[in-house]
Design a binder for this molecule. Sequence first.
Ligand code: SF4
Length: 439
Amino acid sequence: MSHEAGSSLSVSIATFGCKLNQSESEAILAQFRGAGYRIVDDAAEADVFIVNTCAVTAAAERKARTMLRSRRRNPRALVMAVGCMAERSPQELSRMEQVHVVLGNDEKNRILDYVVLQRAETATSVRIGGIHQLERMDISHPAAGLRGRTRAFLKIQDGCSQHCTYCIVPHVRGRGRSLPLDVVTEHTRQLAGEGFAEVVLTGVALGTYGRDLGLTDGLARVLEAVQSIPGLRRLRLGSVEPWVVSDRLLQVMADSDVICPHLHLPFQCADDPLLRRMGRPYSVRDIERILNRAMTLRGDWGFGSDIIVGFPGESPGSFTATRRFLSESPISYLHVFPFSVRPGTPASRLPDTVAPSEVRARVKDMKALDSQLRLRFRKRHLGTLQPVLFESRRSDTLLAGHTANYLDVYSDAPDTLAGRIHPVKITALHSNGVVGTLT
Ligand code: SF4
């Protein structure tokens, strides 16, 4: 059965985890679209149902299992479990009666071959492929978002060589590896040429881009190389490790009209002894230096951060220290994660675990701070004029989009503005952002 035989078939994908996984799901769909498949959102309609899994937390794995077991699916569908959980527990997934194919991260670019194989042989056994083959970096085509012509996610880096004590990622994504700089430039040129209003650079450890290629300050070099590509209107960075944020990187971002003044920095906490237990190679003083340096270069940054709550050894004092630091910082939003024990990681063997009820209380407290920081950030923009990239309709009256510094904006705007950057005046607060009036 050739790939082209997909013309009457449909595919649906459920994605868990990070921006990189989302961009890989888009790249998977691009392969099926190329083979003539219809992309459907409802798994009940799909002939091929894919779950692109995440293994960063126990909760993410639980949700993937539930999705794979879901009865709301076409009973004749070919079910594929791919990605990080497949890398971590292929046998467990292959024992699930609903699953026909289990694929590692490196085989996502050949997923159609497995569909053809599995269908051709009307296989009775579960096919497992590409587990722990994490050496390559596919340069053939940009793993980019092709849903709509608004934002494209460009994967320029994969894997991680850091080994933070709580993290499973290096085991399921391999060592850090990067696309060559000229390939990154070519892919960005291609996406700008295809009319994407915003290109988002992604990776597992994006900030460590180029280290495997012998490049210092690799991410700053990428930005310097691509920012003046004709037709490139907005360039955004995915999450960037704090220890690689150099003055050169901040300078190129601050001076640019194309690079979004938005940095998502996973600080995890603001307590030095805890950072050392996590294996994070920076201190609270380093975090302060980054934020202060950035704010001296320009004042309209949007800063986000990932925070782990309840890490073993997190005392009430260290939690309070993190909370106070964040509330006094220019950070505008938080992603709050309760500590999740990942089997096989050093942190899973650490003493001084925090009681689950205490973890829940601290998560609630940190999320309350997140709401305050978001409100503070929104209020700061009232009355200002902002270029907004409009994306999608959220209600009969409101078209949603976001500013360069990652503020969500809702406007009474026509659909014709979707995918376009348009100036608006920020006039009021909205439950999820702000309201903007077209100017
Ligand atoms: S930097 Fe640390 S937390 Fe991030 S992927 Fe690497 S090991 Fe995991």
